[in-house]
Design a protein around this ligand. Structure first.
Ligand code: ZN
Length: 192
């Protein structure tokens, strides 16, 4: 997407930059995250998308040893879905696959930078207002559930682990579908 934009005249790059970012990231609001839970027969697919800010406290590529350690720790914890979501034991859901991904957008005051330039540029880490990088982290989990009819609700524990996350927009699809707003005071996801 960014490569294609580079073919356009520079004046258009600035105009289209925010539109591209909005499309790719919508919505990327610090403090909020998106969850999609789909239960289809015995197959359960859970997708979690969050600004890295909520989970790490920063969105630039890790640079210091401490930041690298934080990223590794987060990866390890998130690979195990029980860390952040408590599925109903009676449904007997067993994890079959985990996929971790991320998406980076950079919004500067000059021409948009591509990812490679951003990684090589160590100056902006201390000046996020002058050169803003946004990173989304994505997690997909696939399960097979022996007793999907037992899946009535699940408890989301993200708010306990990540205080910067205040609101989770959840789309839950089972026999029917519903949109649910979860937060620290309302962490229960209900299968419609
Ligand atoms: Zn951001």
């Amino acid at each position: 997407m960014i490569k294609a934009a580079k073919l356009v005249a520079p004046v258009l790059l600035l105009a289209s930059g925010s539109a591209i970012a909005q499309d790719a990231l919508a919505p990327h609001v610090h403090g909020e995250a998106r969850l999609q839970v789909v239960l289809d027969e015995q197959e359960l697919v859970i997708n979690l998308n969050s600004p890295a800010y909520n989970l790490l406290g920063f969105e630039h590529a890790p640079q210091s040893a401490e930041e690298h350690a934080l990223v590794s720790k987060l990866d390890n914890r998130m690979r195990e879905p029980a860390f952040w979501i408590e599925l109903p034991a009676a449904a007997r859901c067993s994890l079959s696959r985990v996929t971790l991904g991320q998406h980076v957008e950079q919004w500067g005051h000059g021409e948009p930078h591509d990812h490679q330039q951003g990684l090589a540029d160590h100056d902006h880490a201390d000046a996020p207002s002058a050169h803003s990088e946004h990173r989304d982290l994505a997690y997909e989990y696939r399960f097979l559930c022996a007793y999907p009819e037992q899946f009535e609700q699940a408890r989301v524990k993200l708010f306990e682990h990540f205080p910067a996350l205040t609101s989770l927009h959840a789309e839950v699809i089972g026999a029917s579908q519903s949109l649910q707003e979860l937060n620290a005071g309302n962490p229960m996801l209900r299968m419609p």
